[in-house]
Design a protein around this ligand. Structure first.
Ligand code: IMP
Length: 205
């Protein structure tokens, strides 16, 4: 049973300032003020879940318990069908190098593995975004947003972040890396998840 949000304060359970700002902007029209996990000095829990939803729920419940306020967390990544859904929840980890995160390395790894699997002809993929809203009494509601498309090689476009330059969403000729940010934001996995969350928990009934 979905619970409607009736409080006026929400913890954004992320230590990423960009993400916190984006979420605050989306929630503000509903008269809710946001405070970030970093501002409250909350620890970042280990992402030990085996799915996007589990990881988002873990982060949301940990923050709700610690702050004694409702909390929202997200987890996202890229799933490539011919790679059994990899990199999936390890999307950020595939970019780790001794010199820091490098998504050119992560994207090359996707293409190398597709080449090894003889699966380079229009490989199907999707971006996934899980959002979890948790209350201090233990109640939680989760939503899974997706956008389907295919992997292209070589990478195209200098916009966006992460795997955007190798992902062409269905119905479009260009990659997320080539797309105007507003156009991406209208069709992205994150937009899909937020539409579901807002309709279920925040929009006037
Ligand atoms: P997290 O949800 O902040 O842990 O991010 C997971 C990783 O998934 C990011 O570091 C990116 O590699 C990837 N990812 C998630 N969303 C996107 C997106 O919209 N474009 C490109 N990469 C993404």
């Amino acid at each position: 049973m979905r619970r409607r949000f009736s409080e006026n304060r929400l913890v954004v359970a992320s230590h990423n300032p960009g993400k916190v700002r984006e979420i605050a902007d989306l929630i503000r029209p509903f008269g809710i003020t946001t405070v970030s996990a970093a501002e409250l000095g909350l620890p970042e829990p280990e992402e030990t879940g085996s799915s996007f939803i589990e990881n988002a729920e873990l982060k949301a419940h940990a923050a709700a318990q610690a702050a004694q306020l409702p909390a929202l967390a997200d987890d996202s990544g890229l799933e490539v069908a011919a790679l059994g859904g990899q990199p999936g929840i390890y999307s950020a980890r595939w970019a780790e190098t001794p010199a820091g995160r490098d998504f050119a390395v992560a994207m090359a790894q996707v293409w190398d593995k597709l080449t090894e699997a003889h699966a380079t002809a229009h490989p199907r993929a999707r971006f996934v975004c899980a959002l979890a809203l948790a209350w201090p009494d233990g109640h939680g509601d989760s939503f899974l947003g997706t956008v389907n498309g295919e992997i292209v090689w070589p990478p195209r476009g200098g916009r966006g972040f992460g795997y955007d330059p190798i992902f062409r969403p269905d119905g479009h000729a260009i990659t997320f890396g080539e797309m105007e940010p507003e156009a991406k934001h209208r069709i992205s996995h994150r937009a899909d998840a937020f539409r579901q969350l807002i309709a279920a928990c925040f929009a006037p009934a």
